[in-house]
Each structure stands twice: as structure tokens, then as C-alpha cells.
Design a protein around this ligand. Structure first.
Ligand code: PLP
Length: 406
């Protein structure tokens, strides 16, 4: 783990705002899954969208991880980073014809989640090898915006459409090598993981899909965000997952690969966003700590009402005061935390926003034309890679370079 003293040193050396990632923790999380889930043909395809930092991805590539990608851009990026194409899955969602052709040409397994696309493939690409995404019919996630199963979401093919799927597969002589489901992010109940697996395994019969090579149960493994949240017992969960899957392979008559696609679990806790407080302000009812980052650089509190721990690295023993921790963006909702008790914050103190490794930088933008923070990856006690923050000058030049008058 990176100590708070080291984080303070990094803030001084690289400036704020700054994302710091613990690369060793990410690799450890990856390796732990193989210990937790005792099944010899387990494959972990890290969900690239959670954090696309190239330093972290290089460590995962070298550790043997595969990737779950969700756009042609992610596939291009993964190939450029040296991930072998056979370790990449592309999970399509509302894909254009041009995107389909682009990914087809890159020769990675496509995971198809709509009957509409399956019909086109059956007509235009007879014999194609593919994976099919089903809606597991289980609703779970850390908030309603991250639930991807059930009646209210756009994802996957309905389980009851399996006969229609089989007819299309037959018509196009397609080779279905995998079945997939993804229930949501931050699954709150172990039972949801098992139920989604069972629902997918129920249609994965040799009669329905005789050519299966793998089943892919998506991501969603949760990590604690709030101080009182307990860590999931992944040893118990992994054993139950392996037990159910092994029983399934016996019914299926052949051993298959079992895939998971964790994003949050692998990277969330490895990230810290360091930001400096520049203004302390007392309004009638609120004490405001104003810092040099803002919601476009870490949007989860604003988008999901997510809780992120905040530490005052510069004054950890200060007397507790209740703050609104606000950013530098011209929006009232620009807060990392509202009415949060923290050790007294003074101007120029450095705060660390915790659990900032997943869906933070990767969801970022440059609203108000503030460049995204720099990023560093720490491994073996030293900084192994850096992505620097653009200067305001560079950002302006970049935008104008993309534009021309007509
Ligand atoms: C986002 C996503 C994941 C990863 O979800 P986490 O909650 O980060 O584990 C896995 N699979 C698919 C298809 C996804 O869209």
C-alpha cells in the first residue's frame, strides 16, 4: 500500500490534481481471483472501461489478464498496448454497421447483445464465430444506474428469446462459442451472482448450444466504499461459484472456460485523487473547502450519489469539522462530499479522495476547459509510468486543432 507520506511527496513533486495508482495492488487483485475461484479454466478479462491507464494495463497484460472491451476504440487501444487478440472480447451495445465491420476486421471475439444484430449477422456473415449476451433477469448493483439486468435496461437478449436465437444461429450456420451475462456493477448480494449464473447455465445446454467453449459471467464484484461497509467474503463466494460451474460442466458433458470481467474490483481501491485546498469559506450554514479539482475529474458522487472516502493528508490529527468539499467548476452540485466530518482543513492542505481507481479518470472530461489531472502508477515502491496533465495552453491548441471553419 502507498503510504500517506508518499502521497504527499507525489503531490509536491507532480503537482495537483493528481491521480496515483498502486499498480501492485491491481495485479494482486487479479491474482487473488484465481485463489478465490478454484476452477482451473478460469479466465479474467479486466473491464478496460473502468480505468484505461496504460501503465496499469501493461502490468495486467504482463500478468496474463484478458480484456473486456465495449467500443471499437477500446479494441484498437488494447491491440496497440500489445494485448493478444485472442485475449480480447468485444461486448457490443447499440453498434453501428461500420463499427461491426471495424471490429470484425480486428478479429476479436464479438459478444452480441441484440436479436437485431444477430439477424444481420445470420444474413451477412454465415459461419461466424461469436458469443451471445443474455439479460440474466436479475436486478442488482450499487445503484439503479449500474444495474444491467432486468426489465429496465437496454442490455442483452432476453432469456425467453432462446428459441428465436437458435433459429437465427441455424439460419446463418453461426458458431456460438460463448454465452455471456453481466448483472451490474457493485453487486450487493452474493445470491445475485449465483442466480445470474444459474439463469445463464440453464439455457447453456448441449441441445441449445453444442459448440460452447466458455461461459462469461461479467463483472460486478464489489469493494467497500464507505467506512462501515464490510468486504465480501470472496473465498466463500469463489468456492460456491466453482462448485456451481463444475456441476454445470458435468451436465454439459465437457469442461469449458469460465470467464469473469471485473473492473471495479480490480482497480477501485488502487486509486487516489490528490487535490489541494485553496479556499476555506464559511457561509451561514456551511463550511466550504474549495479545492483544485472538480466533478468532471471524478464524477461518481455527482452521477451516482456515490460515497468516496476523503482524507486530509496534511492534517490527519486536526480537530473534526463538518465540510462541503467542493471543486472548482461553475456548478452548484460540484461537490466531492457534502456535510462530511474531516480533520480541520487549512488552505494548501492536500486531500486524498479514496477508491478513485475505477470509473473516475476514465469517465472524465474537460468541462470548464480544465485539463484532466496527471496520473502516475507506482509499483515496487517507485513510479513506473506517468501520464502528464495537459497545460491549459495545450488543451486550447488541441481543441482548436480539431476545428476548422466551413
Ligand atoms: C462495465 C462492465 C463490466 C465491469 O463491471 P464492474 O462493475 O466494473 O466489475 C463487465 N462486463 C461488462 C459487459 C461491462 O459493461
Amino acid at each position: 500500500m502507498i503510504s500517506d507520506e508518499s502521497l504527499l511527496e507525489f503531490a509536491k513533486e507532480y503537482g495537483t490534481p493528481l491521480y496515483v495508482y498502486d499498480g501492485d495492488l491491481v495485479v494482486e487483485r487479479y491474482r487473488d481471483l484465481f485463489k478465490f475461484i478454484p476452477y482451473d479454466r478460469l479466465k479474467i478479462h479486466y473491464a478496460l472501461k473502468a480505468n484505461y491507464n496504460p501503465g496499469l494495463l501493461t502490468l495486467l497484460r504482463d500478468a496474463g489478464a484478458g480484456l473486456d472491451t465495449v467500443s471499437p476504440g477500446e479494441v484498437v487501444y488494447a491491440l496497440k498496448l500489445g494485448f493478444p487478440r485472442e485475449r480480447i472480447i468485444y461486448t457490443a451495445n447499440n453498434m453501428t454497421d461500420a463499427e461491426f465491420e471495424q471490429v470484425l476486421a480486428m478479429d476479436v471475439v464479438m459478444n452480441i447483445g441484440s436479436l437485431s444484430r444477430l439477424r444481420k449477422i445470420a444474413k451477412q456473415h454465415p459461419g461466424m464465430k461469436l458469443c451471445l449476451r443474455f439479460n440474466p433477469d436479475v436486478c442488482d448493483g450499487d445503484n439503479e444506474k449500474t444495474m444491467t439486468g432486468g426489465d429496465l435496461t437496454k442490455f442483452g437478449i432476453l432469456l425467453e428469446s432462446v428459441e428465436e436465437v437458435k433459429a437465427l444461429v441455424k439460419e446463418g450456420n453461426l458458431r456460438v462459442i460463448g454465452l455471456h451475462e453481466h448483472t451490474g456493477s457493485g453487486l450487493q448480494h452474493a445470491e445475485s451472482v449465483y442466480q445470474s449464473m444459474d439463469n445463464l447455465m440453464a439455457i447453456a445446454t448441449p441441445e441449445n448450444f453444442p459448440n460452447l467453449e466458455f461461459l462469461d459471467f461479467g463483472g460486478g464484484f464489489k469493494v467497500p466504499y464507505k467506512p462501515e461497509e464490510r468486504r465480501v467474503d470472496y473465498v466463500a463466494m469463489g468456492a460456491e461459484i466453482a462448485r456451481r460451474f463444475t456441476a454445470f460442466t458435468e451436465r454439459y458433458g465437457r469442461r469449458l472456460d469460465m470467464l469473469f470481467e471485473p473492473g471495479k474490483y480490480m482497480v477501485a481501491e488502487a486509486g487516489h485523487l490528490l487535490t489541494e485546498v485553496n479556499t476555506i469559506k464559511c457561509n451561514r450554514t456551511r463550511v466550504i473547502a474549495g479545492c483544485d479539482s472538480g466533478f468532471p475529474q471524478l464524477i461518481r458522487p455527482v452521477l451516482y450519489g456515490a460515497y468516496h472516502q476523503i482524507r486530509n493528508l496534511s492534517n490527519p490529527a486536526g480537530k473534526p469539522v463538518v465540510y462541503d468539499v467542493c471543486g472548482n467548476i461553475c456548478e452548484t452540485g460540484d461537490r466531492f462530499a457534502e456535510q462530511r466530518e474531516l480533520p480541520e482543513i487549512r488552505e494548501y492542505d492536500i486531500l486524498a479522495v479514496g477508491n478513485a481507481g475505477a470509473y473516475c479518470y476514465s469517465m472524465g472530461g474537460v468541462y470548464n476547459l480544465r485539463p484532466m489531472p496527471g496520473e502516475i502508477v507506482v509499483s515496487g515502491g517507485k513510479v513506473v509510468s506517468e501520464r502528464r496533465k495537459l497545460t491549459t495552453e495545450e488543451l486550447a491548441v488541441q481543441i482548436l486543432g480539431e476545428c476548422s471553419a466551413k
